[in-house]
Ligand binder design. Structure first.
Ligand code: BG6
Length: 479
């Protein structure tokens, strides 16, 4: 088997709103994450009407990465990280999102953060929008359902591209843009597009989400073009949440349903990579009389702004059944999801499926043969226990990561897929996006803080820390 490239980007990922805290420091504005309360597996996070007194918002302090990043990056460097993915909080740069001029204090923060990474030879990988758009854009414009958002986003991108053009090479335009394929989820449409369920009629939700997605895809394509003009060496990717959807049985209806489900979740990647909408999608929006605002100029923009690589997150797989589907096999993620009898689940009910990672990588390769892939998120959310001697023996996490890395290596070495790198999600414990909990931990580094916000915020190494260092030092050989 051939080796992974010597410049393979091993490392880890976080997002600004899940680690930084300091939600008002240096003129930062309120983001959509800042109005989401803490929840848990059984109690969904609440989206409040602005920041309410007395409510608990995990992003406001998070793990205080804003003040502690020099020590945290130093810890990552001890694992020999080659890459560290974070996002730029839009609200540090444009607090409301619609200002003409950026906020210098916010820009300076990311200068220092990227310098700190580069000091250790760690490549910063930057997501431009990771579930943290300015809340003002929700209140005043209705989020991405409004075309005006394209200009605001492009201004933000231009500003940070220019500012960090000598420090950052790898960018991604929108984190998990395709979560909103689950258009019935209040969480998905708010975090992806800043759309409040209360502002949309139930029977108009799907159309609105298609419209908002179109504006985001146009904004992404503009960002790609502008980024390449600013620095032709930039590598600008998309980011999709890859969840393979398997048929429940070999019944042809189940196979067709799974096919349509895959199309429904991944057409976003088709547009990012191919620069146009697939045929089934065009038929679908027409048949449903969505009457979307898509101009011929938009279509040219999409064609001219295709991405340089596909970034993927991977955690689990789904199963669907075709029973009762009409001829269009319409996909309704929340209702269609079935459990898979062959797979174990995490404590949060996510179906653990390492082989599914190799499968989706092959699926993407068949669909987009020339596109390099970058695994920018993979990890296990689990409850960790600190032993009396302070040790945290997270063997379950090591097993999860090892099993997935093995499959990633098979995809690269046996199936011939070009893989740029592999990043462990939540390399340091952080606030869960889905539940707002601290106790759903992903880190190789433990952060002493609980769901009630109690704790010293001290950092300590888990068993997975040493294990991952050895993985990186052996370029993936020593698993
Ligand atoms: C991805 C997101 O959905 O999965 C991250 O990009 C998120 O922001 C991660 O944290 C894990 O999900 P959760 O809900 O366990 O935090």
């Amino acid at each position: 088997m051939k080796e992974l490239n010597s410049n393979f980007l091993w490392g880890g990922s976080v997002a600004a709103n899940q680690v930084e805290g300091a939600w008002q420091t240096g003129g930062k504005g309120v983001s959509i994450a800042d109005v989401m309360t803490g929840g848990n597996k059984d109690t969904p996070r609440q989206i409040t009407n602005g920041v309410l007194p007395g409510a608990t918002y995990p992003s406001h302090e998070a793990i205080d990465f804003f003040d502690r990043y020099p020590d945290d990056i130093q810890l990552l460097s001890q694992m020999h990280f080659k890459a560290f993915r974070t996002s730029i909080a839009w609200t540090r740069i444009f607090p409301n999102g619609d200002e003409q001029t950026p906020n210098e204090a916010g820009l300076a923060f990311y200068d220092h953060l990227f310098d700190e990474c580069l000091k250790y030879g760690i490549e910063p990988i930057v997501t431009l929008s990771h579930f943290e758009m300015p809340y003002h854009l929700v209140e005043k414009y209705g989020g991405w359902s409004n075309r005006k958002l394209i200009d605001f986003y492009v201004r933000f991108c231009k500003t940070v591209f220019n500012r960090y053009k000598t420090k950052v090479t790898y960018w991604m335009t929108f984190n998990e843009i395709n979560n909103q394929a689950n258009y019935k989820s209040d969480f998905a449409i708010f975090t992806n597009s800043g759309i409040l369920s209360s502002s949309v009629a139930t029977d108009d939700r799907e159309r609105i989400v298609y419209q908002a997605s179109h504006y985001e895809l146009v904004a992404s394509a503009l960002a790609v073009q502008i980024g390449h003009e600013i620095n032709p060496a930039f590598q600008i990717g998309c980011m999709v949440s890859m969840i393979p959807i398997y048929p429940k049985s070999s019944r042809p209806e189940d196979i067709m349903k799974a096919e349509r489900a895959m199309q429904s979740r991944y057409w976003y990647a088709d547009v990012h990579v191919n620069g146009h909408y697939p045929a089934w999608w065009q038929q679908f929006v027409q048949a449903h009389h969505f009457d979307l605002d898509i101009t011929s100029e938009d279509l040219q923009t999409l064609a001219a702004g295709t991405v340089d690589y596909i970034g993927i997150s991977y955690y689990m797989s789904y199963v669907v059944s075709g029973a009762g589907s009409g001829d269009d096999y319409h996909y309704d993620e929340a209702a269609d999801f079935k459990s898979n009898q062959y797979l174990p689940t995490s404590n949060w009910g996510w179906q653990i499926d390492p082989t599914g990672l190799r499968y989706v990588m092959n699926w993407l390769q068949d669909r987009f043969p020339q596109m390099p892939q970058f695994i920018v998120e993979n990890g296990l959310g689990a409850v960790d226990t600190v032993a009396k001697n302070g040790q945290i023996n997270d063997t379950y996490r090591i097993n999860y990561l090892r099993d997935h890395i093995k499959q990633m290596k098979l995809a690269a070495q046996v199936d011939g897929i070009q893989v740029l790198g592999y990043l462990v999600w939540g390399c340091i414990d952080l606030v869960s996006a889905g539940t707002g909990e601290m106790s759903k931990r992903y880190g190789l580094i433990y952060v002493d803080k609980d769901d009630q916000g109690r704790g010293t915020l001290n950092r300590s190494k888990k068993a997975s820390f040493d294990w991952y260092r050895q993985v990186i030092m052996s370029n993936g050989d020593d698993l």
